[in-house]
Design a protein around this ligand. Structure first.
Ligand SMILES: *Cc1c(COP(=O)(O)O)cnc(C)c1O
Length: 398
């Protein structure tokens, strides 16, 4: 059996240490033994979210936290502004529409980051915007939006709450919620947390918490008022995703053993070597100017069938990459950098990509991508200037 390599931006490979933790005896969530685990997770999450506010846990995929943000922080008839720069921006838009919230969109070409000035102009032109919904890292395009300036633009030009889908950003890029003035920050277990899907997280600023009291939409399962009251004492309103919380405790231990900075640096290293590698193969990055370190989106040459490329990678090389979503379907492939992955996994992914491209008749120089990625590994990400190592390598065949 070939080794199975999951290089997708969620779900991600789960480290053995976390799988073992989740396979242990499961506590009952009302039993006293569970309380210290739940408490440890809450405190650890505050550190990663950069907040002194509560980080609530919800038993759902990430989209559940997105829905909770909309139903708790807006009312029917409210106006919201949505940054639409990809599939997940569209999801904010669709959620608003589903709940009768008027959504004005700041449309951004897929592959680009939002311009905070453009957002500011939209907010100045429309009074009384209740909330701004955005992604920190738009996983469908591999773009990182500039959240600190976005937060400033929202605060300087409106009274709106800033709701940030940080599902693929928290733990990958620094996103200090309190320092930057983010009113709601969301994440999901199957991204940087290295867990299976099924656990969502959401933290609310003081202002956002006050907004809960003015009444949102009809809501029941995702009524955050109940969770805010119960979770400080370890009582989730409904059965929590127990195994995932036990896994999250282990994940946070691993994170803090290495340090949060190391986690940011590891994602940066994997992303940079991948970007160098695919560029050396003559492929273009979709996010040319603001790439996220959660995943790398690469344009697939027009004459290639992206679906067949992905199947061949999976069936012949055991490498699973993600394709494009929505309007990018068939046009890009996405290589994930989160989860139990290291630099050698990235090399394996690049090597498999090279062999597959050759099979499809793309005239690449075999090894060029791996070569470039190896050079990045050796030089490190601290040397962030484009590396020029060819001249120093006597072994390079030209
Ligand atoms: C993965 C992801 C989601 C959706 O999460 P689900 O867990 O599939 O509901 C939302 N937003 C972003 C930015 C994501 O990366």
């Amino acid at each position: 059996m070939r080794k199975y390599r999951l290089l997708t931006p969620g779900p991600v490979p789960v480290p053995e240490r976390i799988r073992r933790a989740m396979a242990g005896t499961l506590l009952h969530h009302r039993a006293p033994d569970f309380l210290p685990v739940f408490h440890e997770v809450r405190v650890g999450l505050q550190r990663v979210f950069g907040t002194e506010r509560q980080v609530l846990l919800l038993a759902s995929s990430g989209t559940g936290a997105m829905e909770a943000a909309v139903t708790n922080l807006t009312r029917p008839g409210d106006t919201a502004v949505v940054v639409r720069a990809g599939k997940f921006g569209d999801r904010w838009f669709e959620l608003c529409r589903a709940y009768g919230v008027e959504a004005l969109s700041v449309d951004v070409e897929w592959g680009r980051a939002v311009d905070p000035d453009e957002l500011a102009a939209v907010l100045r032109a429309k009074r009384g915007v209740r909330a701004v919904f955005a992604q920190a890292s738009e996983t469908s395009t591999g773009v990182l939006h500039p959240m600190e300036p976005v937060a400033r633009a929202v605060a300087d030009n409106s009274e709106a709450l800033l709701v940030v889908d940080g599902i693929s950003a928290v733990g990958v890029h620094p996103l200090p919620m309190d320092a930057w003035g983010i009113d709601a920050l969301l994440s999901g277990s199957q991204k940087s947390w290295q867990l299976p899907p099924g656990l969502a997280m959401i933290a609310l600023s003081e202002r956002a918490e006050a907004a809960l009291e003015r009444g949102g939409h009809a809501r029941y399962y995702f009524d955050l008022r109940k969770e805010l009251r119960g979770q400080p004492t370890g009582a989730t309103a409904y059965s929590p995703a127990l195994a995932l919380i036990v896994g999250l405790a282990e994940s946070l231990r691993m994170l803090f053993e290495d340090g949060l900075e190391r986690s940011y640096a590891r994602h940066a290293e994997l992303a940079e070597m991948t970007r160098d590698g695919v560029r050396a193969l003559g492929m273009a990055l979709l996010a040319a100017s603001a790439p996220s370190n959660a995943c790398t989106a690469v344009r697939v040459p027009r004459q290639l069938d992206a679906g067949k490329l992905l199947s061949q990678l999976r069936d012949h090389h055991g490498v699973t990459l993600a394709g494009g979503q929505g309007q990018l379907s068939g046009k890009i492939l996405r290589i994930g950098h989160m989860g139990d992955l290291d630099t050698y996994d990235m090399l394996a992914g690049l090597a498999a990509l090279e062999l597959t491209l050759l099979d499809f008749g793309v005239p690449i120089e075999l090894g060029a991508g791996v070569h470039s990625a190896l050079n990045r590994m050796r030089v490190g990400v601290s040397a962030s200037a484009p590396q020029e190592t060819e001249g120093r390598n006597p072994w390079r065949a030209s």
